[in-house]
Ligand binder design. Structure first.
Ligand code: SAM
Length: 343
């Protein structure tokens, strides 16, 4: 059963990839053909301009394998599944990061959705927390009133998250956890929306959150495609992750993992880090508009995070799912475009 759902999902992913590679929009969201010779000529010019950078992308290690799961990553987090709620332990920096990421998510959502419930500003919103681990971010979002679904492929982490949330009666109704991947959830939704007209189909979540997750995935193209698929048009995607710079290698891996042991040794693979520009390009080719990118800095002495102008190490990104298919003329490599989206 899954193979059918997954094959539809994969087909959709390839259709979008093919459109991105050729630079020609083959179908409108309603499925109507938008073919014209003028558009083809324009797209061919764009295609020639982009072919060099695309070649680089296609030969990169981040090729589409249609699963986001890297078994080594899952094994790593499996061995840490009982440690999530130890604030002084391996995940201490993630606990502290809530001081930045929770207001970042709340305030950006409130810019779009007016708070209707005093004390519960996110009431009425559905949020998907991808790679929720033990629920460190899921819980505070639930306490702000959102209905949150936390998913993670590591069964023991979900067990820890469920147990911890069960102690708070306020969360029981609002937070639920599942052992699954984003692509599995997305495939379920594809099945649910099968009878609906293409135009009427929309994702089920107002926001998707993936905090400190993308650097652990096997395939970011699948991730971006599925995020778009499960989001309502106009829905928000929030990502926090680590930039791919020399500084992030020195501080994020050598200092944080090997010298200070703020995070367990081997947690991160520098090859999987991604720059804001590359992430932006990936998201925009999957129908998102990036609204803001902000640098974050961890102080290992105080154990606190603060916002910074530099995105050289950690950063937070907010993107919005467009209601239209991605427009090939607005290319994220254009420096003017990139500068406009970075704050
Ligand atoms: C550094 S932890 C972040 C946990 C949580 N987001 C937080 O910030 O507290 C990375 C999480 O990503 C999860 N993960 C790894 N591969 C995943 C995948 N393919 N899909 C979803 N989550 C995944 C891990 O199991 C782990 O819980």
């Amino acid at each position: 059963m899954y193979s059918n759902k997954l094959s539809r999902l994969v087909l959709g992913l390839y259709r979008r990839k093919a459109a991105a590679v050729c630079g020609v929009v083959l179908h409108s969201p309603a499925g109507r053909s938008t073919f014209s010779w003028a558009a083809v000529c324009k797209q061919r010019t764009l295609w020639l301009q982009r072919s060099a950078s695309l070649e680089l992308r296609l030969t990169s290690t981040r090729s589409a394998s249609q699963t986001t799961v890297d078994p080594d990553e899952v094994k790593k987090f499996q061995s840490l599944a009982s440690k999530w709620w130890d604030e002084q332990g391996e995940f201490g920096a993630l606990h502290a990061m809530n001081d930045l990421r929770v207001p970042f998510i709340r305030d950006n959502l409130l810019n779009v959705h007016r708070a209707r419930h005093p004390g519960k500003p996110l009431a009425g919103l559905r949020i998907l927390d991808v790679g929720c681990g033990g629920g460190l971010l899921t819980e505070p979002l639930g306490r702000l009133g959102a209905d949150v679904v936390g998913i993670d492929p590591v069964e023991n982490s979900i067990g820890t998250a469920q147990l911890h949330a069960s102690y708070d009666p306020d969360l029981r109704e609002r937070v639920c956890y599942r052992v699954c991947t984003l692509e599995e959830l997305s495939a379920e939704e594809e099945e649910g929306g099968e009878e609906e007209e293409e135009e009427q189909r929309s994702g089920q979540f107002d926001a998707v959150v993936a905090s400190e997750v993308v650097e652990h995935l096997a395939d970011l193209e699948t991730f971006a495609f599925c995020c778009s698929h499960v989001l309502k048009p106009g829905g928000s995607l929030f990502i926090t992750t680590i930039n791919k710079t020399n500084l992030s290698y020195a501080l994020g891996i050598v200092v944080a993992e090997q010298l200070l042991r703020i995070v367990p040794s081997g947690t991160h693979d520098w090859e999987k880090f991604i720059s804001p520009v590359e992430l932006e390009r990936l998201l925009e080719s999957n129908g998102f508009s990036v609204q803001s990118v902000q640098g974050m800095l961890y102080n290992p002495i105080s154990g606190a995070w603060s916002w910074t102008d530099s995105t050289a190490i950690n950063y937070a990104l907010h993107a919005v799912k467009l209601t239209e298919d991605p427009q090939p003329d607005s290319h994220p490599e254009d420096p003017a475009h990139t500068a406009a989206t970075h704050s």
